[in-house]
Design a protein around this ligand. Structure first.
Ligand code: AMP
Ligand code: ZN
Length: 112
């Protein structure tokens, strides 16, 4: 746990968030500033700065995150129509440097 990391603090329950699901290694929370009717963030409990670092350090954590994405997509009714996004680096729009995956759906999404 990194105490100055917002997502570590949400994982630890120190900062409130709208949790929609949880697995052994990840949590799923609603994005505070949704870009689509369904916008959930799947956040691995382990602190790594981005998904590439997560994949390098734990394939189990990476697989768990994708399994939780599938569960959330089913639960939210978007199993057959959703987009998974992982921003890496500020140039790509990453603002929180704790690995997470955006799960977007609930409307027709723009092509890119
Ligand atoms: P990224 O830009 O890929 O790093 O994504 C960070 C996301 O976290 C953004 O979509 C923010 O809206 C979202 N966010 C920031 N703070 C919170 C929070 N306290 N609870 C839920 N989502 C948040
Ligand atoms: Zn963290």
């Amino acid at each position: 746990m990194t105490t100055d990391c917002l997502f570590c603090r949400i994982v630890a329950g120190e900062v409130p968030a709208a949790r929609v699901a949880e697995s052994e290694r990840s949590i799923a929370i609603r994005d505070i500033n949704p870009a689509a009717p369904v916008h959930v963030l799947v956040v691995p409990k382990r602190h790594e700065p981005d998904v590439g670092a997560l994949a390098s350090s734990s394939t189990e954590d990476l697989a768990d995150a994708f399994a939780l994405i599938a569960e959330v997509a089913r639960q939210e009714g978007i199993a057959t129509d959703h987009r998974i996004v992982a921003n890496t680096g500020s140039g790509a729009g990453q603002t929180i440097f704790h690995a997470h995956l955006h799960v977007l759906g609930g409307k027709r999404l723009p092509e890119r």
